[in-house]
Design a protein around this ligand. Sequence first.
Ligand code: GAL
Length: 692
Amino acid sequence: MQSGKAFRWLAAAMLPVVVAFTPSPRVLAQATAYSDKPPLLLGAAWYPEQWPESRWDADLSLMEVAHIHLVRIGEFAWSAMEPSEGKYDFVWMDHAIALAARHHICVVLGTPTAAPPAWLTTKYPDTLRMDENGVRDEHGNRQQFSFASGRYRRLAHEIAEKMAERYGQNSNVVGWQLDNEYAEPSFDPEAKAQFHAWLKSKYGNIESLNNHWTTAYWSQTYDTFDEIPARQDKENPALLLDWKHFVSYTWKSYSENQITAIRPHADKRQFITTNTMGWFDGFDAYIVHSNLDIAAWDDYIGNEHYDYFDNGARHDLTRGFRNKNFWVMETQPAFVNWHRINSSLARGQVRDMAWQAIGHGADAVEYWQWRSALNGQEQYHGVLVGADGTPVPVYDEIKQVGDEFEKAGKALAETTPQSSVALINDYDSRWAIDFQRHNRDFDPVAEMVAFYKPLRNQAQGVDVISAHAPLDPYKLVVAPGLNVLPREVADHLLEYVKHGGNLVLGPRSGMKDEYDGLNVERQPGPLVDSLGGRVEQFYALEDKVSVSGDLGSGTASFWAEQLSTRSQDTQVLLRYGVSNGWLDGQPAVITHKAGTGSITYIGAWLDDDLLAKITASLLQESHVQPILPNTPDGVEVCLRSGANKSVLILINHNKAQAHIDLPHTMNDLLNGASSASVDLPAYGVAVLKANK
Ligand code: GAL
């Protein structure tokens, strides 16, 4: 494409070393310089500042042998970059990046702001985070800063800017990771003042806030914004929801502060991202990603219990943050150090997980970490290289992944998963339910996963999207628990249904407005008329209730809503059996044609088998076909498509071999075999292209 230009970048990066090392042109082109980096990248988190420089070459050589073409460096290294205020040392980083380039390894630079140096927190203790009870954090560990501190932001801007001035035009630096895993907010006086200002700009005057928050309740009426407490628990749900919104926008502006330091100096081909944590709900990830170029996340299972549906849902969730391919910025080389029992993935499962990431739209998979620091809090974590500096057993498996990424990379370049089914992930609703679960077992994430599983299994592709995302690409849109349903979102959904879309709402939908206030209509609030039915009453369940209808029978747990039909053509799909008297014989699931589409309301948390029957019927009615019918249980089917090409990835998550028939002869890019069926061993993977 832009080979001439890219080559100039490349030449500049390689200049000091090119005499000493002459790699093949293919490898050279793959390993460096922006768009010339391999389409699928295997990487590792590398902390050169923790090791003598004399060791680096050995590490990078071992990486190169394992087909690792990416390292992330710099995050947590503030004290090495700025040993004392205003005195910078980037020489070590210059060397590390140049040496990585020499080994055909490109670099993501982490800004080090998740770990401020001791001189900083000692001199400026006001930058330290404060908990809800007013206790300041102390130095040590990490993430001890206040995300709202103006002073901290100035210091963070300075270090990010210094890095960008130096590396923004370095063609071996492909992108930037801001900070690390945004997590804890701060409740210090500065953060509180910003919360008050944010509320003022949202509501305009205190009467409006009092009105939307219903502060007449328990004499909470406020006279000024300054009187409002900042809390994340045990408060008026309206306050709790606005606190979450404030936190989301504060993390966004925390990013912006560093983006404005980096962007003016950085080549436009360098992306800016941060690494997030799957279902983590400390902020609204759609807000936080709105000023980032790509999404990236840290994929940890914790122990050996790899639930590939839950993990797949987290990939799809992350892909939905920017609605495009993403990176796995960290994942475990077999095991972690922070779980109750840090058991290891079985042999083969690390590779299985890597290919699952690619199947769901990742373009890079990076292991955390390359080698444990000899001391520090994470000595027991999984690594690729042991304390003795030589590979540990999982290294070979990861090397195999790297080899395979090289084999299949070209075919997978410029491809992405595509789906005609969407699952709506709505932070306001998840928070609102979590503030008042009513049944402590009603976990909104578990509910998302309960719906995701059969949909993914049957349709073999699901997008996880925000309630505000465009819905036209989808034949079926499922909102498992759209508890908060503002008029604007209801209109968006109705527009979709009017034009032929099929919408499914799960229990607790449409109960609240955007202030977390109760809708004055019964559930699902603004959708009652189009549904031709409504919720008469909700019940938290201690015991299971039987449910049955034409589609089958089973049980409801945790939650059951007594539904009613309000239109003659509303169909009842399931009814409750004998229960508390209120529910007995009443509708549990109803469906209604609306416009040229339909709305279905599922009023209970159904058991997995029954839910699978319902989703199968919904998919059929919506004309959604599986990609590869009749695949054995436990075999995951992923399709990535691009202009005039598509690649099928099959992953056998089972402990036993599986046989899969293909629609026609296909070519396995990993082993060169061409066949109309594949036999995958336990945790086996095939990456298939149609024979032309
Ligand atoms: C991540 C974190 C890494 C490392 C890892 C261990 O959450 O970003 O720095 O601590 O966990 O699993």
